[in-house]
Design a protein around this ligand. Structure first.
Ligand code: F6P
Length: 743
């Protein structure tokens, strides 16, 4: 409204002034035209009547002259006619002829011909012309035209002009306001986009359609960058971490869009089924955490193409846009031979490093042929990183124990790259790690990273101790950096988390519906209490220990027999490794044994579902359960614990959590247990089943508050912010060196 008035008022003023000047001008011109018209008309009449009138004058008959005049004035515009002849003081005239016009005044006017006079009847056009009167002095013929119609027309014209200008003003104002509104809106949207950071991330982003704003975008971008630089240390803790804030952190980095993620497991696996090719989402905490980050970064994710329909769904170079149907980022699949997969993945990574780092009582096995494959596959992924990098300084996020050698390989090929490596599993103490025959090469490979991240401070400390003990390197415990041959690697703690709010939650029905649906599907009575466990079928997850705890609960609290069922969702995992097959068999037979022991009294104690469940189904189970039991024997973080809490927007349900999972450091409001202690776990299960609603709510609220704030965007964002500071410091050092050289 204010905007409209701002445009409208000056416009109306201008048009008003214009009308004010134009109307009298038009009036004057019209009068001139009419007078000229009457002049001509009078001249014509005078010359037309001159001869007959002259004859009548010569007869000297006044009545005949008057009669002649009456006929003449039948023309409606000819108002009156008069004739002054020698010897008369008043003219011989028609009745309308004004009595105040005397022959003396007509004689004075003779020769000047025409005038406009005002009479008692209004404005008149007076024309005086000589008429031959024989020997006597010529008579004077006065012709009076009524000019009232001129006034009428002038009035009409004025009215017409006024309406014309009013309509014109209105139309011009309307068009101006519409155009102004549209372009104002464009500006406002453009500015809004700028302030939201859209135009700041990519200078020519389509969000910033208004071309006039582009120069402003540059200035705002510069300003925002300066402000962020100034306030970043203070504000980081207060930042509400989301996909958008993550995007803007990347946007302010030169080349920030060049983000490459490397992991073994791919986020989308295409598999052949009887119903054709289907997309599968792997049961992987790593993928669950990185997927929303990649959606926000729109970079490239390089991973092993492990699905049997992966080749036919990618292009010649193994590339495809994902998520299917959304195209938020690019997936680059790497093809491995069967020998490579066995040696690098099953062998060195999962029979060597996995048990080495987890210390879960499964002996690590090291074979040199497998390490050779591990080295070769790391080199293959390094080629792909170089291939996918759009600049010489990409940000490469290397994931997990499958790629300990990769950071050094990238550093050698792309010295300006920022390599952030995240080790998703625990790091053991130096004694435990030192049994690996290739310990030095692995450590050196990791120290090619700019930043090396772990979930907990404990694992950071273990890593520094290991380097200190096993490598020639300068370990700075103050700054938590390791220096090898002039290259520094910062070792930092970044506890991984989940997206908030978690994506599958949006598709869930109410908790009551979930409880009813899950119980119906599992064939359990409506009133049975439900515990849930969700894991890969892996010996580090403590599934066997969990079953022992359930058995102990039923032994110590028989009132739960037939009234409590523990549902274990177990995704088949690493089935090519004997230790995993053995473990799966142990879990199955223990579940059968416990079920047999408590059979015949209602619902079974344990339901072991060894099958892959998609995220929506997993979330439905979380919502249907009274408790979730995470009993890892050793775990970097364990995102199941966090997912369960995030799924419970009803603030109910109890988390029973192993003290050996990294998550227990962040979620002390869970019932924290030692999974090796079956009695303690049974007590916790009973407590969970009998915990009052208020206490459940208080605990859930605290945990949910933490996850809301410490979500996966913060995990990625903090790594990227540290990487950005590092890049900035490097730029400053380079500039200082250059100015030293030029001095
Ligand atoms: O926990 C380590 C880890 O790499 C996770 O990041 C991931 O959830 C899991 O192992 C995946 O295992 P795999 O890819 O071997 O099935």
């Amino acid at each position: 409204m204010r905007l409209s008035l701002r445009f409208l008022l000056p416009l109306l003023l201008v048009v008003g002034l214009f009308a004010y000047a134009a109307v009298p001008l038009a009036d004057m011109l019209m009068l001139r035209w009419f007078v000229r018209d009457l002049d001509t008309r009078s001249t014509l009449i005078a010359s037309a009547v001159s001869e007959p009138l002259s004859g009548l004058v010569l007869t000297g008959s006044t009545p005949r002259i008057e009669q002649f005049f009456r006929r003449l004035t039948q023309d409606e515009r000819l108002y009156a006619v008069g004739l002054c002849v020698t010897g008369r003081a008043t003219p011989i005239a028609t009745a309308e002829f004004p009595s105040d016009i005397a022959c003396s005044s007509l004689a004075a006017q003779a020769g000047t011909a025409k005038a406009i006079i005002r009479t008692a009847h209004g404005m008149m056009h007076l024309s005086v012309a000589p008429v031959d009167a024989g020997d006597a002095a010529p008579a004077q013929l006065a012709i009076l035209h009524d000019m009232s119609y001129v006034e009428r027309r002038s009035e009409e014209t004025r009215r017409y002009l006024f309406v014309f200008f009013a309509v014109l003003a209105f139309l011009v104002a309307l068009i101006t306001v519409v155009v102004a509104q549209l372009s104002w809106r464009g500006w406002v949207n453009g500015l809004r986009a700028l302030l939201r950071g859209e135009g700041l991330v990519r200078p020519a982003s389509p969000g910033l359609a208004t071309p006039e704003l582009r120069p402003i975008a540059g200035d705002v971008r510069e300003l925002v960058r300066e402000l962020e630089e100034r306030y970043r240390p203070r504000d980081e803790g207060q930042l509400a971490w989301s996909a958008a804030s993550l995007k803007s952190i990347l946007g302010r980095e030169p080349g920030g869009g060049d983000v490459i993620v490397v992991s073994n497991r791919e986020p989308y696996i295409h598999v052949k089924t009887d119903d054709g090719v289907r997309v599968q989402h792997p049961a992987s905490g790593l993928v669950t955490a990185l997927e929303p980050v990649m959606r926000a970064c729109a970079g490239t994710w390089i991973a092993h193409g492990s699905g049997d329909a992966d080749r036919e769904t990618a292009d010649r170079r193994g590339r495809l846009d994902v998520p299917p149907g959304e195209s938020a980022y690019r997936l680059r699949r790497i093809w491995l031979t069967a020998d490579e997969e066995t040696g690098y993945y099953s062998g060195f990574a999962n029979e060597g490093l996995w048990p080495l780092c987890h210390i879960a009582h499964v002996r690590p096995t090291f074979r040199s042929s497998e390490f050779a494959h591990y080295r070769a596959v790391n080199a293959k992924f390094a080629d792909a990183v170089v291939d996918e990098a759009r600049t010489d300084a990409p940000i490469v996020l290397v994931q997990d124990y499958h790629f300990a050698l990769l950071p050094r390989m990238i550093r050698e090929r792309l010295p300006n790259a920022t390599v952030v490596t995240f080790w998703h599993i625990p790091w053991p103490n130096p004694e435990a790690f030192s049994i690996c025959p290739w310990r030095a090469e692995l450590l050196d490979g990791l120290l090619g990273s700019s930043i090396l991240g772990f979930h907990t401070q404990f694992h950071c400390n273990n890593f520094l101790d290991t380097v200190d003990r096993l490598l020639e390197a300068r370990v700075d415990r103050e700054s938590f950096e390791v220096n090898v041959a002039g290259h520094a690697t910062a070792v930092r703690r970044y506890p991984i988390s989940i997206a908030w709010p978690p994506e599958p939650l949006a598709r869930q029905r109410g908790v009551g519906d979930a409880r009813a649906a899950v119980r119906r599907r599992l064939g359990l009575p409506d009133d049975v209490r439900l515990g849930i466990g969700v894991d890969r079928l892996d010996y580090t997850k403590g599934i066997v220990e969990r079953f022992h705890a359930v058995d102990r609960l039923l032994a110590t609290h028989p009132e739960w027999v037939g009234r409590f069922t523990f549902v274990q969702i177990a995704a088949p995992s690493r089935g090519m490794i004997a230790d995993y097959r053995d473990y799966a068999a142990r879990a199955r037979s223990l579940a059968d044994e416990i079920n047999a022991r408590h059979a015949g009294r209602g619902a079974p104690p344990i339901l072991l579902l060894v099958e892959h469940h998609e995220a929506d189904s997993v979330y439905e189970h979380y919502r249907a359960a009274d408790l979730c039991f995470v009993s890892s024997l050793h775990d970097g973080m364990n995102l199941v614990a966090k997912e369960f809490v995030s799924a419970r927007d009803d603030e109910r349900g109890v988390l029973v959590l192993s003290q050996f999972a990294g998550a227990s450091r962040e979620l002390p409001e869970a019932l924290v247990v030692n999974p090796y202690d079956a009695d303690q776990c049974a007590v916790a299960l009973h407590r969970a089943l009998t915990m009052p609603g208020d206490e459940q709510r208080d605990r859930m609220r605290l945990m949910r508050g933490l996850l809301r704030e410490f979500n996966v965007y913060r995990w990625a964002g903090r790594m990227l912010m540290d990487a950005a500071s590092m890049r900035q410091r490097r730029r400053l050092r380079r500039r200082a060196r250059e100015s030293e050289l030029s001095a």
